[in-house]
Design a binder for this molecule. Structure first.
Ligand code: SF4
Length: 165
């Protein structure tokens, strides 16, 4: 058995016995919520299918953007290296993304979903706010779309009270 929607951990025999020994109601809750799945359940493939389905969906247009690849951490495993450029997304780039979103939206589109990643995307909070306003003014409100915004912040430390980001 292994968790599905959280980071994957393959349970050993001891942990499987522990799960099997849980109170029936709690065990059923873990299974029904997808936190514990059977060995034969291929959660990797399910997640790939979900992602592909969303990518090809004509109902929701999904955009993934980086307002910056700057970050306030220096993780040794970071694929962006230690010396990240402190650039921020320009207004011209935002306008190009809005233009691209216009092009993607069809008569059947019901929603626009925007995911921000980085770096630490919250270091580009002003850019996120500026582009959100552009998308809402120029597309979402005019087309009466559902709007979802996701921020993949590694640690959200820039939201501490001392921050002005
Ligand atoms: S938090 Fe993420 S983006 Fe920032 S240095 Fe670590 S791995 Fe890189």
């Amino acid at each position: 058995m292994s968790p599905w929607r959280l980071p994957w951990i393959a349970l050993g025999e001891g942990e499987q016995n522990w799960v099997a020994g849980l109170a029936e109601e709690f065990r059923r809750t873990l299974i029904e919520s997808g936190h514990v799945v059977a060995d034969e359940f291929d959660e990797h493939q399910v997640l790939l299918n979900e992602r592909e389905s969303m990518r090809l969906s004509e109902v929701t247009v999904a955009l993934t953007n980086a307002p910056t690849i700057d970050c306030n951490f220096v993780c040794p495993h970071c694929f962006e290296g230690c010396d990240k450029p402190q650039l921020r997304m320009s207004s011209a780039t935002m306008d190009a993304v809005v233009h691209f979103a216009h092009y993607q939206i069809t008569e059947t589109t019901q929603g626009l979903s925007v995911t921000w990643f980085g770096g630490e995307p919250l270091l580009g909070l002003k850019q996120i706010e500026e582009m959100t306003a552009k998308l809402k003014d120029q597309i979402v409100d005019q087309r009466h779309l559902q709007y979802d915004l996701h921020v993949m912040s590694p640690r959200a430390t820039v939201l501490q009270p001392s921050s002005s980001a």
